[in-house]
Each structure stands twice: as structure tokens, then as C-alpha cells.
Design a protein around this ligand. Structure first.
Ligand code: PGA
Length: 250
């Protein structure tokens, strides 16, 4: 199965737009259900609308969770609240959340809260920039170590890792990564997991690519990049393009 995950970030603005986009995304999920697992992650305030509108096989996820269950956290949402919406997945560790202050330690706490509530984590990792000597690999290794240390193989197997090089994300991205750059990282991650656990566990952890993924480059990330799917930002808000992306990899 290839994972196609839409990260809607802070869009759209209205419930009616959410309902419409979910309807169109339902069609995409249904059309390609033999090869794709399609998940969309709308802003939390729209989760009820999205969940009401989502038809099998479309799945719904959330964006972010509080690192602790303490009530005195104005503006945050607990894992219990997200669980109650019936969302199944939660994105954590996104570079836009890290830029607002989430450290590796915070991401680990969030992951623990998700595991406790049996919510499925989509954990983003990725280097801020690249250097010719390969030091960026140690940045990613540190992220991986924090995420997986202490997780049982059973918990680890449920994690979706989204490899998102920070420089490739969003409208200000330099460019998308190349399939070769993605391939290097998927091998690096699998090797890390094999060393920490075993080959079987490493194989079960899904690694998706994110960062300017679109209907033109997606196929090469699957064929040459070792990616098992995508975390898609901008293109997931345009049902036509998201459908074309789905078609290109199905
Ligand atoms: P993008 O965003 O596809 O718009 O680059 C990806 C992401 O931030 O998850």
C-alpha cells in the first residue's frame, strides 16, 4: 500500500469548503483504494465536519497534540480530545511546529501521548539544510533516536515517518528533494531501525516523503526514491491536482 496523506495545515477557512474538499477527496480515495491508503489532516476545528463527510476508505487525521495532559494549556488539544473526534492519525514533529518551539523532547512526549490513546502517529523528521560532508545525517539521526528510543517493536511498527527536508517544504521551498536524496534517507532510516530493532520491524515502518511533492514528481519518489507514499501540503488542497497525484502513483 502507498500512503497518500494530505496536510491541510491552516486551510481552508470555512466549514463549507471543508465539506466540499472532503467530498472530492472521498472520490479520489475510492477510485484508487486498491493501491492507496488516503488520509487527510484538516485543522482541528474542522475535524467533526471532515469525519462526518469522510466515507470509507478515506481516513482522517489531526495536526498536533499537547505534550502533556495538564489542563492548564491554553490553546492546545489533548490526545483524549483528538481520540474523541474519531480521528485516527496525528501529525507531529512537523517543521512548522518545530519552528514554533517543539523540540525533539516535545515530539517524544507527544508521541507517548498518542501511543497511550492508540492514535496513529505521523512523525515528521528532516534536516534544515544540506552540506556536502553529510552532517545533516546526524541531525536526522538525533530525531530518529528521540522518536524510537523506548518504543517497543509493536509501537514502532505503527509509526509513519514523514521524511520532509525543511528546505523542500512550502511555497518558499528551494526545490523538492531529488529521488536520489530521498533514497539515501530512506536507506539511512531503515538501517537505523534495523540496528535498533531488527529487519522485520524496520520493514514495517512506513516512510513517506514530503516537501513540494506534486503530480509531476511523485512517481519518481516511489520508483527511485524508496518512498512508500507522501505527506502533501499545498497540492492536497486542490482536489484536481491531488487526484492527478494519486493517479500518477496508483
Ligand atoms: P508542501 O508541504 O507539499 O506544500 O511542500 C508539505 C508539508 O509541509 O507537509
Amino acid at each position: 500500500m502507498i500512503y497518500l496523506i494530505g496536510n491541510w495545515k491552516m486551510a481552508p477557512e470555512k466549514n463549507t469548503q471543508v465539506a466540499d474538499l472532503i467530498k472530492k477527496t472521498n472520490d479520489i480515495a475510492k477510485l484508487y483504494k486498491k493501491t492507496l491508503t488516503t488520509i487527510v489532516c484538516p485543522p482541528a476545528i474542522f475535524l467533526p465536519t471532515a469525519i462526518k463527510g469522510a466515507k470509507v476508505p478515506l481516513l482522517i487525521g489531526a495536526q498536533g497534540v499537547a505534550a502533556s495532559d495538564a489542563v492548564a494549556q491554553t490553546g492546545l488539544m489533548s490526545a483524549a480530545m483528538l481520540k474523541d473526534t474519531k480521528a485516527q492519525y496525528v501529525i507531529i514533529g512537523h517543521s512548522e511546529m518545530r519552528a514554533r518551539g517543539d523540540s525533539n523532547a516535545t515530539v517524544k512526549e507527544q508521541l507517548t501521548r498518542l501511543c497511550e490513546k492508540k492514535l496513529l502517529p505521523i512523525v515528521c523528521i528532516g534536516e534544515k539544510s544540506r552540506d556536502a560532508q553529510g552532517w545533516y545525517l546526524s541531525e536526522v539521526k538525533e530525531q530518529l533516536e528521540t522518536i524510537f528510543t523506548g518504543l517497543t517493536p509493536l509501537q514502532a511498527k505503527k509509526v509513519i515517518i514523514a521524511y520532509e527536508p525543511v528546505w523542500a517544504i512550502g511555497a518558499k521551498a528551494e526545490r523538492a528533494a531529488t529521488p536520489a536524496e530521498c533514497r539515501e534517507m530512506t536507506i539511512f532510516i531503515k538501517k537505523f531501525l534495523t540496528d535498533l530493532y531488527d529487519e522485520k520491524t524496520a520493514k514495517a515502518v512506513v516512510i513517506v516523503y514530503g516537501g513540494s511533492a506534486d503530480e509531476f514528481n511523485a512517481k519518481s519518489f516511489i520508483e527511485e526514491g524508496g518512498a512508500q507514499g507522501f505527506l502533501v501540503g499545498r497540492v492536497s488542497l486542490d482536489a484536481k491536482r491531488f487526484g492527478l497525484l494519486a493517479k500518477s502513483i496508483s
